[in-house]
Design a binder for this molecule. Structure first.
Ligand SMILES: CC(C)(COP(=O)(O)OP(=O)(O)OC[C@H]1O[C@@H](n2cnc3c(N)ncnc32)[C@H](O)[C@@H]1OP(=O)(O)O)[C@@H](O)C(=O)NCCC(=O)NCCS
Length: 140
């Protein structure tokens, strides 16, 4: 199984509307490879991934993050975020943005615990009546 196929299997376990494999390939390209991170367990299997897309305005967009359900609440997701903050910081990206489903309080808590703050709502972002909360983290 290729790395992206492993990531795809986590995607399938994690979302009601998972990204297809072809879209993960596009995310990989857009993240220049460098901002597409995977985390591995002690057996070398991928247990989480994060895709970030640096933008020309100096902002880094967290396009996707997911951790395999059996590996959650073990700080795998937080470690992935921490890694992207460090990589981006050395590339001078100091603002991080993510969209999260307005009623996904678990994911919002995860971002709050990682120093993101809610800034605005984008109505119908995920489809009709499926609004997104935009959250931002700024390095000081
Ligand atoms: C969101 C997600 C990436 C978090 O990954 P994780 O590795 O489980 O998160 P961490 O262990 O680093 O969590 C750090 C803290 O965030 C908070 N948190 C994380 N998941 C939480 C949950 N399900 N409910 C409440 N708080 C949660 C907790 O405060 C946690 O610390 P604690 O366990 O000591 O209380 C993971 O749950 C996931 O893949 N979810 C499905 C996909 C998804 O929703 N992605 C984000 C879309 S915007």
């Amino acid at each position: 199984m290729s790395e992206l196929e492993e990531v795809y299997s986590i995607e399938l376990e994690s979302f009601d509307n998972p990204y297809p494999l072809w879209y993960l390939r596009i995310l990989y390209e857009l993240s220049n490879g460098k901002y597409f991170l995977v985390s591995r367990n002690e057996n070398g299997r991928i247990d989480g991934y994060l895709a970030a897309i640096p933008r020309k305005d100096g902002l880094c967009h967290i396009a996707s993050i997911a951790v395999s359900p059996k590996c959650r609440r073990q700080y795998v997701g937080s470690a992935l975020l921490q890694s992207i903050f460090e990589i981006c910081s050395s590339d001078n990206y100091k603002v991080f943005l993510v969209e999260v489903y307005l009623y996904d309080y678990n994911a919002q808590k995860f971002y709050i615990m990682n120093s993101f703050k809610p800034v605005k709502i984008i109505p119908h972002y995920y489809g009709r009546d499926k609004h997104a909360l935009v959250m931002i983290r700024e390095e000081v």
